[in-house]
Design a protein around this ligand. Structure first.
Ligand SMILES: Cc1cc2nc3c(=O)[nH]c(=O)nc-3n(C[C@H](O)[C@H](O)[C@H](O)COP(=O)(O)OP(=O)(O)OC[C@H]3O[C@@H](n4cnc5c(N)ncnc54)[C@H](O)[C@@H]3O)c2cc1C
Length: 423
């Protein structure tokens, strides 16, 4: 198959990028599972926005402090200053955020010094991404191919000219393109406990390693302090905004042991310490300080899910444990989301533009994904040059035998190496 631009991944980043590419270009989006199975659908808490000009210094400082000041200041500035335009666009395509009279209602999460997060119940990601998917499906120039897994890229000289992958039946084929965008999300599938979908296994990172495409800070991995303790495929996240609204963490004796609004990594460390001290597999989270009405209106999904697992959060504490949640590092990109390889871009969680530094501030990732996906689209459009004719490669399926296992091993080894170099 041949197209103008191929985008790998149908989460918020991939879809927003596609929607900002010129309508006269043919775009193919491929996705490993069905289009709706992306982490973007799972985002509960919300999306940050620059509330007003006075909020800039505090938003900037909160992002930098959470990132241990290892953030790229230019990327942080771009994200914050682009936030309102992105929110306006989302509203214009039908995304609904909670309102307070005429204006928006804002909530707060850990490490935010002010409320600046827009939300839709506790399903903000689904509200945003389902609208993006709907718009993408309406576009005649965008084709979405589900259950197509990228396993490699086509390289011509110093440029990326498309991808190689297989369909649901394991049949290999290639998609030749002038430009390729990786929007493959996080790496949760590499870990035993993660809030991510299991099919998100960092495939783009493995492919980047194979082709010497630059990576950055791949050992910067965020652990979410509060996921519901239990035995399931994907850990269920108890959003940070629950603590923002007043929920408290308790040890086995029912005592508080940490300021719940400290940055995620600090809270997660405190939980691990407490678990070790007590020899327990989890700590407790009590939503008792939150008025029942607020729980019902702001956290209906969490309320319902916990009830299904046998816990009534309006009456009793729930067992929680930290889990892998977010990937701050990734494929190194510049301010236009371009990688070190010609004609190859990376956006969303799989990319690293340095916005998050060592640790992401809650609710900055959807925003970052959208802002930098749009910038990638703009850069491709402004610099578009048709590539030299490239033949679809002959694919020997044997080359990719057991690739998933091999890729997983390669990425985990690279993370370990990076961690050692940071110590
Ligand atoms: C439970 C949970 C709650 C969250 N809450 C929030 C929140 O409140 N606010 C916030 O800002 N962020 C939140 N996040 C983080 C945020 O959802 C993600 O960082 C963001 O949505 C990433 O978007 P993305 O488009 O980069 O990746 P994703 O939405 O994960 O999409 C990745 C896509 O890549 C595809 N893919 C992967 N590998 C391949 C391959 N080899 N071939 C083909 N396709 C492939 C997948 O099928 C998928 O379509 C949360 C995350 C989780 C897991």
């Amino acid at each position: 198959m041949k197209t103008d631009i191929v985008i790998v991944g149908s989460g918020a980043a991939g879809l927003f990028c596609a929607l900002h590419l010129p309508k006269e270009k043919q775009i193919v989006i491929v996705t490993k599972d069905v289009a709706k199975r992306s982490d973007s659908y799972l985002a509960q808490g919300g999306i940050c926005v620059l509330k007003d000009e006075e909020d800039y210094p505090s938003f900037y400082e909160d992002t930098m402090r959470a990132g241990h000041y290892e953030n790229n200041p230019q990327s942080v500035d771009v994200m914050i200053n682009s936030s309102r335009a992105v929110i306006d666009e989302l509203v214009s395509i039908g995304v609904r955020f909670e309102r307070d009279g005429e204006g928006f209602a804002y909530t707060k999460e850990g490490a935010h010094s002010k409320p600046r997060i827009l939300f839709h119940e506790d399903r903000t990601g689904k509200e945003i991404t389902s609208h993006l998917l709907e718009r993408a499906r309406e576009r005649e120039n965008i084709t979405i191919i589900e259950k197509f897994t990228m396993v490699d890229i086509i390289v011509d000289g110093d440029a990326c000219r498309g991808i190689i992958g297989h369909d649901g039946e394991g049949k290999y084929s290639s998609i030749v393109a002038d430009y390729t965008v990786f929007a493959t999300g996080g790496i949760g599938g590499l870990f035993e406990h993660s809030t991510n979908y299991r099919h998100l296994t960092g495939d783009a990172l493995a492919i980047a390693l194979k082709h010497q495409i630059a990576l950055q800070n791949i050992d910067y991995i965020q652990i979410h302090p509060t996921t519901l303790y239990g035995n399931r495929e994907r850990e269920f996240l108890i959003s940070e905004s629950v603590r923002g609204e007043g929920a408290i963490l308790l040890n086995g004796k029912g005592e508080r042991f940490v300021d719940e609004l400290l940055p995620r990594d600090v809270v997660a460390q405190a939980i691990y310490r407490e678990m070790e001290k007590e020899g327990s597999k989890h700590v407790w989270l009590s939503m008792k300080p939150i008025p029942e009405q607020v729980i019902k209106t702001h956290f209906p999904h969490i309320l319902r899910h916990c009830l299904e697992e046998g816990y009534d959060v309006t009456k009793e504490p729930i067992p929680v444990v930290p889990s892998q949640h977010y990937f701050m590092g990734g494929i190194k990109v510049d301010e236009h989301s371009k990688t070190s390889m010609e004609r190859l871009y990376a956006v969303g969680e799989t990319a690293c533009n340095g916005v998050h530094g060592r640790n992401r501030l809650a609710s900055n990732s959807l925003l970052e994904s959208l802002v930098f996906a749009k910038r990638a689209a703009k850069h491709v459009a402004e610099n578009y040059q048709a590539g030299n004719p490239v033949h679809a490669p002959d694919i020997d399926a044997k080359t990719y035998e057991n690739y998933q296992e091999k890729y997983k091993t390669a990425v985990l080894a690279a993370i370990e190496k990076e961690r050692n170099s940071h110590e």
